[in-house]
Design a binder for this molecule. Sequence first.
Ligand code: ADP
Ligand code: 5SP
Length: 498
Amino acid sequence: MKYVIGIDLGTSSVKVLLVDKEGTVKGEVSKDYPQIHQQPGYSEQNPEEWVEKTIAALKQLVSSSGVDPTDIEGLSFSGQMHGLVLLDKNNAVIRNAILWNDTRTTMQCKKIDQQLGSKLLDITKNPALEGFTLPKIMWVKENEPENLEKASVFLLPKDYLRYRLTGAIHMDYSDAAGTLLLDVVNKSWSADILRTFEIPSHICPPLVETGDFVGTILPEIAKATGLSKETKVFAGGADNACGAIGAGILSEGTALCSIGTSGVFLSYEKDRIKDYGGKVHFFNHGEKDAYYTMGVTLAAGYSLSWFKETFAEDQSFTSLLEDAAHSTIGANGLLFTPFLVGERTPYADAKIRGTFTGIDGSHNKSDFTRAVIEGIVFSINESVEIFRNYGKTIDTVISIGGGAKSELWLQIQADVFKTRVIKLQNEQGPGMGAAMIAAVGLGWFKSLKECAEKFIKMDKVYEPIPENVERYNKYFRAYKDIYPHTVAINHQLFDLRK
Ligand SMILES: Nc1ncnc2c1ncn2[C@@H]1O[C@H](COP(=O)(O)OP(=O)(O)O)[C@@H](O)[C@H]1O
Ligand SMILES: O=C(CO)[C@@H](O)[C@H](O)COP(=O)(O)O
């Protein structure tokens, strides 16, 4: 049997997946790394940790699988999006990576809006948001000019990892789309935007398709991981594009809910002129010349992780979620807004912060946990509403990520979204998507669609329960009232913390 590996460089961990030609997952290893929050709104990671943890995970995967390394024919990547990695002329990392959930760049976003106006949306199809890469480059230019002067190239997280595994520098279109420097429809770096903000064009890496063959792994990496040095490497893509591939979101009418560190609601778009007025993100898909649109909740799984670390450190996620089942729909009248690091969709607001509303002396930990997981789904439902308001029909949603690990959470998604929710046999969509990119790149399949037919296996379907839908509807309406009623005080508190 022949195999491929999908490497998903997430925010909380790197996950490596060994998949055979039938699409069966033969092994899976995950290694965690921390986020560094030096001050409110800051979120960084040390790129060296990604490399070390990936090598360790690959080594464990190869040795524990018992598979002949020469049978592992190829690998590809899925990566957390937007994070800025700057390399000097020797390709050494200049500073920690500034991540997608870092919101220090509000001033830079204002500047982009003022200087580019509607041109930004015309070229990049997206508004200026703190998480995207261009404002991060501008922040470095303004606050650490010596670091930008030293830079010979900028990369996104999985591109840096790929560079360390192959020695070759590239960026694929699906990830480049999230930089706010790409002309999304014409698939080239925007000279106009680079010129406007006086960013040297030489720091933009060569662009490739997500499925392109980019080389083989370096001999020293082969030695460190136990992989064969003949292993073919394919570029890979943004984690949400790969999540979509791994969930079979490859034609109009299909939608995805991913609850990882972030929460994403995503829909396939064939139509490059589809206009959502910048209310949701519009990016190049990992499938050539296709697109996807998505809304993003910045702290989805992150909210639950924060809750667990702060109030239930010794409990597992599984037991926490079991507890939440003892509470009721609406957590006995307790609502949570997951704005722990600001928000993106529908409120692009770096200063908003989270709330528990309606705390009562009778509430216990089960109610609080339930409120957290419901609040995350309510927030993602605000993106679902945007899609519906623009005329999209959403009746079936594939759910992936940590949020698809719990029956309770899956049923809440079905009840709140008012759609059928499908859980896949492997809920790790992005890693599977990366493995599929390698499988197609190797020529095992003619297209991603053909590969999806073989690789993607449905596990269980959750139908909305009418009685729950009605009750959640009422709580969702109350949830939506919290942002407008707490925005002023949250902005005041944010400023007071300085
Ligand atoms: N057993 C579980 N049940 C429910 N949620 C879980 C479970 N394990 C992890 N999670 C949630 O999933 C999130 C991680 O999801 P994942 O898709 O691995 O994220 P990322 O790709 O961002 O690293 C965690 O933040 C946590 O909230
Ligand atoms: O910023 C975005 C999308 O625009 C995030 O979705 C990141 O891509 C991180 O994803 P996860 O680590 O949560 O999967």
